[in-house]
Design a protein around this ligand. Structure first.
Ligand code: UFG
Length: 327
């Protein structure tokens, strides 16, 4: 079993992956500056509150803890915010990654799993999306991830750094045992917003119903966060076993429209979702669905929780717990 440094381990996907790593028998330390993550998501004994640009502190930590590999989540993730504050996204997502990679080079660590996104494809010409389709990001956020993937390509060639980039589609749901869940601030993602609309009675706006899809609303590929966490374990273990650098989509291959998700939320919760139809949100593609065959065939990934019902049941259970605690 290996010693893994997880950056951004106090965030949504990072904390679920940390849990999965520990259950798998790996040892984990988390580096997170808590700018967007939550301390309550991590065992305080494992948490190091260090900024990625503090190279000396990172190198010392990597050496002292004898880290074998890194899983890098720490980044900003909001597409809309990235269009308003592009410098922030390039400095945090690209600059932070580069600083981390510099520290890894100094500490002699040669294995990395990188948190990438379907946003690297922008508005793809066809779906389902395969990994060989071109990079065509339409936001600073998406391009920040493209830039890091490109840097990783060069470091594979000139530094023998082996890395796997996982391009997530729509991460959602919560730990099936209720230990963790989604707590972005502000929240921008569809499923938690639908659950909150039920609780508050304040209608959610559906961003456009005039897309070229069967019901006119956008179609997305929703992937349960615990299946996403499992994809990181598959990627990590491939690298630890001497596997090559690569990139994989992480999705289910099945898409649901916004209205289909609303109906599923109503079925699971037994409550009406208040909503209204609004204008399109700039930058939204009509349909984003993964071809995720490569992850299954090459790395043996088997999703277990990504049917829409389980996604919503786990998210709803966590949301009720979260509001009961007043968080
Ligand atoms: N939506 C609404 N109303 C809302 C929020 C969302 O109608 O209030 C719709 C969106 O238009 C979209 C769908 O619900 O069609 C899902 O939207 P999210 O904001 O939950 O997710 P996105 O598909 O926009 O973004 C996700 C990740 C990004 C990643 C992107 C890749 O959150 O980090 O997928 O395309 F970049």
């Amino acid at each position: 079993m290996a010693k893994i440094l997880v950056t951004g381990g106090a965030g949504y996907i990072g904390s679920h992956t940390t849990l999965a790593l520990l259950e798998r028998g790996h040892d984990v330390i988390v580096v997170d500056n808590l700018s967007r993550g939550h301390a309550h998501n991590v065992d305080p004994k494992r948490l190091w509150r260090i900024h990625l640009t503090d190279t000396d502190a990172l190198v010392r930590l990597m050496r002292a803890e004898e880290v074998d590999a890194v899983i890098h989540f720490a980044a900003y993730i909001a597409v809309g915010e990235s269009t308003r504050e592009p410098e922030l996204y390039f400095s945090n997502n690209v600059g932070g990654s580069l600083a981390l990679l510099t520290a890894m080079q100094q500490a002699g660590i040669k294995r990395l799993v990188f948190s990438s996104t379907a946003a690297v494809y922008g508005m793809p010409e066809r779906v389902p999306i395969t990994e060989d389709m071109p990079f065509a990001p339409v936001s600073p956020y998406g391009d920040s991830k493209v830039m890091v993937e490109r840097i990783l390509g060069w470091l594979d060639q000139y530094r023998d750094l082996r890395s796997i980039s996982l391009r997530y589609f729509n991460a959602c749901g919560a730990d099936p045992q209720g230990r963790l869940g989604e707590e972005h601030n502000p929240e921008t993602h569809l499923i938690p917003l639908l659950l909150r609309a039920i609780e508050t009675g304040v209608p959610i706006t559906v961003f456009g119903d005039d897309y070229d899809t069967p019901d006119g609303t956008c179609i997305r590929d929703y992937i349960h966060v615990s299946d996403l966490a499992e994809a990181h374990i598959c990627a990590l273990e491939s690298l630890l076993n001497g596997g090559p650098s690569d990139a994989f989509n992480v999705g289910t291959g099945t898409g649901y429209s916004v209205l289909e998700v609303i109906r599923a939320v109503e079925e699971v919760t037994g409550r009406k979702v208040p909503y209204e139809i609004g204008p399109r949100r700039p930058g939204d593609a009509a349909v984003l669905v993964a071809n995720a065959d490569k992850l299954r065939t090459v790395l043996g990934w088997r999703p277990q929780y990504s049917d829409l019902r389980t996604i919503i049941e786990t998210a709803w259970a966590f949301e009720k717990k979260r509001t009961a605690k007043g968080q």
